[in-house]
Ligand binder design. Structure first.
Ligand code: ATP
Length: 229
């Protein structure tokens, strides 16, 4: 569904991604692992068109979307839950969810808001509360709910963390959405993922089925405290 081919990207003089290739098959959960500053968020931003690669290609459903504008990419079916959540602080929970559907013009938006409320009942209780006054975990739920309101085919989750992710990610995946996940809790991420990629200072050093990656001695040593379970 998604393919990155030899992506080189960065910020001014900093090259954050040095020839990155990655594939996310339709229906899968793919986990992207790496230490702080490895380039995980930059990978997500490059997919969304927020960072322009200096070379390489981003292909989505066989189409070259490299250099497309972010709103076109969202239209095409990719949504990002950014690191740090970035919900609209001065808008209510309900309004935040409506904003998530801004690209849609069908009449099932309200229905989808109800689905988000069913998944995260606390948001239903707080639907009039301003986003900025929610707790960290509640904001996290809202950020995921808002991304889902665009009805993405591919959901990019950048460090959802907070113990909330595994269950929710499995549910979202079971409903047919493909997921690319960056998660601080590597142990959990590798348990739910089908495939995993390991980034180190902008280079992809390892990839494969998640079960193989989590038994790799380098991964066990660096991310799992030396043991798999
Ligand atoms: P973390 O786990 O800490 O969020 P990450 O793997 O997501 O890290 P990135 O945020 O992609 O890492 O950063 C990759 C590199 O690019 C880092 O060296 C970082 O300092 C640099 N970088 C990221 N954003 C910018 C920016 N806006 N301007 C300059 N350099 C940046």
């Amino acid at each position: 569904m998604l393919k990155l081919e030899n992506i080189v990207a960065g910020y001014g003089h900093i090259t954050a991604l040095k020839d990155i290739s990655l594939e996310v098959p339709q229906g899968s959960i793919v986990s992207l692992i790496g230490a702080n500053g490895a380039g995980k968020s930059t990978t997500m931003k490059t997919i969304m068109g927020l960072v322009k690669p200096t070379s390489g290609k981003v292909l989505f459903e066989g189409q070259d979307i490299t250099g497309h504008k972010t709103h076109q990419i969202v239209h095409g079916g990719i949504s990002l839950v950014p690191e740090g959540r970035q919900i609209l602080q001065d808008m209510s929970v309900y309004e935040n969810l409506e904003m998530g559907a801004y690209i849609r013009n069908d009449n099932e938006i309200e229905e989808d808001i109800k689905k988000v409320f069913k998944r995260f009942p606390i948001l239903d209780e707080r639907s009039y509360q301003l986003g900025g006054t929610l707790s960290g975990g509640q904001q996290q739920m809202l950020a995921i709910g808002r991304a889902l309101m665009a009805r993405p085919k591919l959901l990019l989750l950048d460090e959802p963390s907070m113990g909330l992710a595994p269950l929710v990610v499995n549910e979202i995946s079971a409903e047919g959405t493909t997921v690319l996940l960056v998660e601080q809790n590597v142990r959990q991420a590798l348990k739910i993922a089908d495939y995993a990629y390991v980034l180190e200072t902008g280079k992809m050093v390892l990839s494969g089925p998640a079960d193989e990656v989590r038994h790799d001695p380098r991964v066990m040593e660096a991310y799992l405290g030396g043991r798999v379970e």
